[in-house]
Design a protein around this ligand. Structure first.
Ligand code: SF4
Ligand code: SF3
Length: 544
């Protein structure tokens, strides 16, 4: 196997024996093959799109196929095999349609190949990342591929709420087709990466529209981090439609609902506040799940990434359920919605009733809900605070958390920031500092949490509004420093989105991606001022 798509890749180079994330070599191989099949489908659907005949079912299916290959989303080989089978079948049908209408398809292996399931392993060995020999082209193709995965994941969340955009599908499929080309140049791929950034902005904006239309605009909220005395279900991941249906189906059952990791921002939405059994957030970021799921005692539902395969000694394995693109061999999977009906969570609920209540690991509250609508409602106060000098700088610390010790940097950085600075955050990176007593500036908390990683979109909306309020020409003239923590491919699309909006001088840590070759890194440094991090003392001295 070879995989270097996430920040925790082995030795900062690539996982070759088994994933640090727990991904087994055969799972990695199946994912390589699934991605190869999706590229074939995308090539055919793009050719059909040129004639106005693209099949939207293919576009939807591609979102899920791409999403399930994201770091920590799916560890179920059978689920991936099923996706390969169905993708191959759909590709066959598409090719028949193209032939019927005399549409000429590129003569490439991605389009032409068909295999029996017994040959999956053999074929997978021929289609992995390293089949691209040129290091820089490989690097750029993977940068685009990871951006595609991130954009697809966000687009799928929007789709689950009934929101979709053909333009997003066209961009994803065009990019998948282009990275299949053997003759593509580094310049074309660089343009494609920025194009994916634009696609990321569209996907995050669409998801923001879907979430706020259905559940209202996030508002300032204090979230309980303690527990009740009832048994509970812990819901993790990013999918708010699953959240809503679970809350609805557990109402009055005596089972309480808690969020974990990236689901915390669900508490900020007005629509979810009406449920008295929606108790609070339990625990921290995804990587703490092995200890926190033990003490939670109840049922755990994964709606998306980030899932860590339990250890053999874990006692919570039989309490895990997955749904959507998430999967874990041996865990029960809740099937997709059918005929417009909600998912059926009754099995989890019955299971949860038999569980012990959660063990309390913390007490108190954390505050969040500072997405664009809420912050813009406070805009006058924020602008006045900047003009009076009470706020000297904003630090965007959005992104991911992870288990490496080097991430303590972010806690230390947040603690060491001068008291006249405000942190703007989104994503699970916040768990490194959202429980620190950082105080406020004239009533404005020093950590403003917009929500999930996709709510980085909110931070962009806020930055653009501040640019207007201060009458600036360029968003880079604002007193904002970007210190982004990345881990998986949703963070890659957020980064590409920021670059496509012209945001410069982003610091990316705790390490730069292993998939960036030295030459590609040089291009990013020269054109966008991308840099890494140093020590807390140095970085504060240089940036603030
Ligand atoms: Fe390694 Fe990350 Fe790939 Fe997992 S997702 S195999 S940890 S690079
Ligand atoms: Fe976190 Fe996985 Fe990336 Fe959604 S939940 S930001 S790491």
């Amino acid at each position: 196997m070879f995989c270097y798509q996430c920040q925790e890749t082995a030795q900062g180079k690539g996982c070759t024996i088994k994933g640090v994330c727990g991904k087994e070599p055969q799972t990695a191989a199946l994912m390589d093959l699934l991605l190869y099949v999706t590229r074939g489908e995308a090539i055919v659907n793009s050719a059909l799109r040129e004639k106005g005949m693209a099949d939207i079912r293919i576009s939807r299916q591609l979102l899920d196929a791409l999403f399930c290959t994201i770091t920590n989303a799916n560890f179920d080989d059978n689920a991936i095999k099923e996706r390969i089978e169905s993708a191959l079948a759909m590709k066959t049908d598409l090719i028949k349609i193209a032939k019927k209408h005399s549409i000429v398809l590129p003569n490439c292996d991605e389009v032409n190949f068909f295999i029996h399931s017994s040959d999956y392993e053999k074929k997978a060995a021929e289609v992995g990342i390293m089949t691209e020999i040129n290091e820089d082209i490989r690097s750029l193709k993977q940068l685009v591929a990871y951006g595609i995965k991130g954009a697809a994941a966000y687009a799928e969340h929007a789709l689950n709420l009934g929101y979709e955009d053909e333009a997003i599908y066209a961009m994803i499929e065009n990019a998948l087709s282009k990275i299949s080309r053997k003759d593509i140049s580094a310049d074309e791929l660089t343009g494609l990466a920025l194009g994916m950034g634009e696609c990321g902005v569209k996907a995050m904006a669409l998801l923001d529209k879907a979430n706020t239309t259905f559940f209202g605009n996030p508002e300032i909220t204090k979230v309980n981090i303690g527990v009740s005395s009832n048994p509970g279900i812990l819901i993790s991941g990013h999918d708010l439609k699953d959240m809503e249906e679970l809350l609805e189906q557990t109402a009055g059952t005596g089972v309480d609902i808690y969020t974990h990791s990236e689901m915390l921002p669900a508490h900020y939405y007005p629509a979810f506040k009406k449920y008295p059994h929606f108790i609070g957030n339990y625990g921290n970021a995804w990587w703490k799940q092995r200890e926190e799921f033990e003490s939670f005692n109840g049922v755990i539902l994964f709606t998306t990434n980030c899932l860590v395969p339990p250890l053999k000694s874990a006692t919570y394995t039989n309490r895990i359920y997955t749904t959507g693109s998430a999967g874990l061999a041996g865990a029960k999977h809740i099937p997709a919605r059918k005929d417009g009906k909600p998912k059926d969570f009754s099995a989890l609920i019955e299971h949860a009733k038999k569980c012990l209540p959660p063990k309390e690991i913390e007490k108190g509250e954390i505050i969040g809900g500072f997405a664009h609508n809420q912050v813009l409602a406070l805009a006058d106060k924020v602008v006045d605070a900047v003009k009076s000098g009470a706020i000297k700088k904003f630090i965007v610390m959005a992104g991911c958390d992870g288990r490496m010790k080097s991430r303590e940097y972010y806690t230390d950085f947040a603690s060491a920031l001068p008291k006249d600075t405000v942190i703007l955050t989104a994503g699970c990176a916040k768990y490194r500092y959202n429980k620190l007593p950082l105080g406020d500036i004239g009533g404005i908390p020093r950590v403003l949490d917009a929500g999930q990683c996709n709510d980085s979109y909110s931070l962009v909306v806020i930055a653009l509004a501040l640019k207007e309020a201060f009458g600036l020409e360029n968003v880079n003239e604002l007193p904002i420093v970007y210190n982004i923590a990345w881990y998986e491919q949703k963070a890659v699309i957020v980064l590409l989105a920021l670059l496509s909006l012209g945001i410069k001088n982003i610091h990316l840590g705790p390490t730069l991606p292993a998939f960036l070759s030295p030459n590609v890194t040089k291009v990013l440094v020269e054109n966008f001022g991308i840099g890494g991090t140093s020590t807390v003392i140095e970085d504060i001295k240089n940036w603030i």
